[in-house]
Design a protein around this ligand. Structure first.
Ligand SMILES: Nc1ncnc2c1ncn2[C@@H]1O[C@H](COP(=O)(O)OP(=O)(O)O)[C@@H](O)[C@H]1O
Ligand code: SF4
Ligand SMILES: [Mg+2]
Length: 332
């Protein structure tokens, strides 16, 4: 993704849900996208699938190069052809994403039939295979089950089976596990990793949970108010979180051995329809200086594969004047 901008247009103005997002994803790699609710994670994912809500939202500019081809200019028909085959998404909520009046077998068959023509007998065996791929025990006996006859974890697996049924290159899991309990979550995530090891699938995990990121991801992009503020290898990010927002997010992760009060980040992110010129985190950042509010911070390469946007890491930071009194008052 290169400098992608996806905006909502309505009668109150323009909401910059995705506002200049760039990242890359290699075969077999897992990228975590983290950030507070409302920062544009889901819209980034929906832009990748070209499934943003129409007509309210529009990709205004930028490129999404998938397998060497820019998908932004593609027609809806071309996109329908690519979706599933090249890029696929696991829907958020296993409880509501399956149709309650059709059997699991039927719903899987429909997903398979969208991409390949095969005769009926072959289709049954492929449906069974699809369930076996997501480690559903005795899949033959589950085909005639309705969703309500399955546990939440099992339904999640069926959704996973639908998403990978056409062997996509990229799969997006958007907060995939929030409706499931922790043990089931981890089993499911491990399953996705196993499938990845077999197929070279690239995965994008969208989550607000740093625990999941640490366990599952190779790289992490931290989003704040429509932009990526830090992007790094996962170990590097945990060892050396560089953006004050990333540091604050990490300090707010609950830990078993901590008894002190959990750190919460004061204040709110700026509204995406009235964004400031400067750093979008400035209102909540204890390091902010004048320059932070005036100009958007430049891209800083901390290391190979580790970038961030923060004035504090520029060579001239120590000489920058402190925040003027009028601005501090405005914050208060
Ligand atoms: N259907 C919609 N209509 C108008 N604005 C929307 C709509 N969906 C999302 N937005 C805007 O896009 C922003 C990003 O939303 P989203 O990508 O869903 O955030 P996240 O997934 O990080 O919680 C929201 O803060 C909101 O301002
Ligand atoms: S640019 Fe300034 S306000 Fe923004 S995170 Fe860095 S120090 Fe804080
Ligand atoms: Mg979301």
């Amino acid at each position: 993704m290169r400098d992608l901008h996806t905006y909502f247009f309505n009668r109150w103005g323009v909401t910059k849900a995705v506002d200049g997002v760039s990242f890359s994803l290699r075969e077999g790699e897992t990228l975590g996208i983290v950030g507070e609710s409302g920062c544009g994670k889901t819209m980034t994912a929906l832009s990748l699938l070209r499934l943003i809500p129409k007509p309210a939202a529009r990709i205004v500019s930028g490129e999404i190069i998938l397998d060497g081809e820019d998908i932004v200019p593609k027609s809806d028909n071309e996109m329908r052809e690519m979706r599933g085959r090249k890029i696929s998404m696991i829907l958020q909520d296993p409880q509501t994403s399956l149709n309650p009046v059709f059997t699991i077998g039927n719903q899987l068959k429909e997903a398979l039939a969208t991409h390949q023509r095969t005769d009926r007998k072959d289709m049954v065996s492929r449906t069974i295979d699809a369930l076996r791929n997501v480690r559903v025990a005795a899949p033959e006996s589950r085909l005639d089950d309705f969703p309500h006859q399955m546990s939440g974890g099992m339904k999640q697996r069926v959704l996973g089976a639908i998403a990978i049924s056409s062997s996509p290159k990229v799969i997006i899991a958007d907060e995939p596990t929030t409706a499931l309990d922790v043990t089931i979550q981890l089993q499911y995530l491990q399953l996705l990793k196993d499938i990845q090891a077999e197929t070279g699938l690239a995965i994008i995990f969208i989550t607000h949970d740093f625990g999941i990121v640490a366990r599952m991801c190779d790289r992490v992009a931290v989003m704040y108010a429509g932009r990526i503020v830090e992007d790094a290898d996962v170990r590097e990010l945990f060892n050396q979180p560089s953006h004050p927002y990333t540091q604050a997010l990490m300090a707010s992760v609950p830990q078993m051995d901590r008894t002190d009060r959990l750190f919460a980040i004061d204040g709110q992110p700026p509204a995406l329809y009235a964004l400031p010129n400067g750093c979008r985190f400035a209102e909540r950042c204890s390091h902010a200086k004048d320059i932070c509010r005036r100009e958007y911070p430049p891209r800083i390469e901390i290391d190979q594969d580790h970038i961030t946007h923060c004035w504090m890491l520029t060579p001239d930071w120590d000489n920058q004047p402190e925040e003027s009194a009028s601005q501090q008052q405005a914050v208060e």
